[in-house]
Design a protein around this ligand. Structure first.
Ligand SMILES: Cc1cc2nc3c(=O)[nH]c(=O)nc-3n(C[C@H](O)[C@H](O)[C@H](O)COP(=O)(O)OP(=O)(O)OC[C@H]3O[C@@H](n4cnc5c(N)ncnc54)[C@H](O)[C@@H]3O)c2cc1C
Length: 285
C-alpha cells in the first residue's frame, strides 16, 4: 500500500511525486503515456532551459529525476477508483491501495464533432454509467467507445439493461466484450426532440434512449464524476488545498483548469504535495 497514488506522470504529477518523496512518503505514479507534451517539439517558455527542449525530453527528464529519488513509476492505464477507508485504484493490469490519491491526468475528455452531440448531453447522453445507468433500466442503451474503459462501463450497464449496443465510431474494437452487439460505422449525427432518440451512422439508424460515452481512456473528470466529486465547466473543483469534496482525493494541473501551462502544472503539483503531506500526517498521528 502507498501513502499516495499519483495518477499522471506529466509536470503536475511528477512535481507532486518529487515533493511527496522528499517528505519521505510512499508514493506511486501511474501513467499511461507522456501526456499533452509528448508531441510538442519546442518548449521555450519554461524556466531553466537556455535552448528549446522537446516535450518528450522534458517529461523524460522529470521521470528520471523522480526515479532517482526513489519514486515508483508504473506505465499502467487507470480505469477506476473506489473510495472507502482506503482508495483502491484499478488499472488494466492491477489494483493498488493508498491513503490518498492525486489526480493529475491533464486536460479532460474529448469533445465530439458529431452533429447533435452537444444538444443531448444530459438529455440522453451521459458520461457515467454508475451515475445514470439506472435511469435507463430495460431500455435501449448505446455505448460509445472501443477500449477497456468502454468495457468497464458496459459491465455496469449490464445491470440495468440487456438491450445494449456498442458504437466504436469508426475505431477498431480493442476490448473483449463477449456477445454484445457492435456497430463500427462512423456516426453521422444524433437526432431526437427533447431527448436523444436516434443514432444515425453511415449505414443505418438506431433508436436508443441513452448514449453513454466511454471513449479512449478515462480522464480525471471521468474518475471524479464517478466518485461524486464536484465538477464545473468540465474541470475538477478543488479547495485552496487542492482537495476535492472527497476527503483524500486531490487534483492538480490542467484537470483543475486555469492556465494550461507547464509552470502552473508544476506549481499545482508542489502545492498539492504539501497539502497531501499534511493530510497523510493527520491520518497517522
Ligand atoms: C501541443 C501542445 C503544446 C504545448 N506547448 C506548451 C509550451 O510550449 N509551454 C507550456 O508551458 N505548456 C505547453 N502546453 C501545455 C502543457 O502541455 C500542459 O499545461 C501540461 O502538460 C499540463 O500538465 P499536467 O501534468 O496537468 O498534464 P499532462 O502533461 O497532460 O499529463 C497527464 C498525465 O496523465 C496521464 N493519464 C491520463 N489519463 C490517465 C489514465 N486513465 N491512467 C493513467 N494515466 C493517465 C498521462 O499518461 C500523463 O502522464 C502544450 C500543450 C499542447 C497540447
Amino acid at each position: 500500500m502507498s501513502d499516495v497514488i499519483v495518477i499522471g506522470g506529466g509536470p503536475a504529477g511528477i512535481s507532486a511525486a518529487i515533493y511527496l518523496k522528499r517528505f519521505k512518503l510512499d508514493v506511486c505514479v501511474l501513467m499511461k503515456d507522456f501526456g499533452a507534451l509528448d508531441k510538442t517539439e519546442h518548449i521555450e517558455n519554461f524556466y531553466g532551459f537556455s535552448q528549446p527542449i522537446t516535450g518528450h525530453e522534458l517529461v523524460e527528464n522529470g521521470l528520471k529525476q523522480a526515479k532517482r529519488l526513489g519514486v515508483e513509476i508504473k506505465f499502467e492505464e487507470v480505469l477506476g477508483i473506489d473510495a472507502e477507508d482506503l482508495f483502491t485504484v484499478k488499472t488494466v493490469q492491477n489494483e493498488y491501495k493508498s491513503k490518498a490519491v492525486l489526480l493529475a491526468t491533464g486536460s479532460s475528455r474529448a469533445s465530439f464533432r458529431i452533429p447533435g452531440f452537444v444538444d443531448f448531453v444530459g438529455k440522453g447522453i451521459s458520461y457515467c454509467a454508475i451515475c445514470d445507468g439506472f435511469l435507463y433500466r430495460k431500455k435501449a442503451i448505446a455505448l460509445l467507445g472501443e477500449g477497456e474503459f468502454m468495457a468497464e462501463e458496459l459491465d455496469v450497464l449490464r445491470n440495468f439493461s440487456s438491450d445494449l449496443t456498442v458504437f466504436t465510431n469508426g475505431l477498431p474494437l480493442k476490448a473483449k466484450i463477449g456477445e454484445t452487439k457492435v456497430i463500427s460505422d462512423t456516426i453521422r449525427s444524433l437526432e431526437g426532440g427533447e431527448t436523444l432518440q436516434t443514432i444515425v451512422t453511415e449505414n443505418g439508424r438506431y433508436d436508443v434512449k441513452a448514449l453513454f460515452v466511454a471513449v479512449g481512456t478515462p480522464s480525471a473528470t471521468d474518475f471524479a464524476l464517478r466518485m461524486g466529486a464536484f465538477i464545473e465547466k468540465n474541470v475538477i473543483v478543488v479547495d485552496e488545498n487542492y482537495q476535492t469534496n472527497i476527503p483524500g482525493l486531490f487534483a492538480a494541473g490542467d484537470c483543475i483548469g486555469g492556465l494550461s501551462q507547464i509552470a502552473k502544472a508544476v506549481s499545482d503539483g508542489a502545492q498539492a504535495a504539501i497539502a497531501l503531506q499534511k493530510f497523510i500526517r493527520s491520518k497517522t498521528s
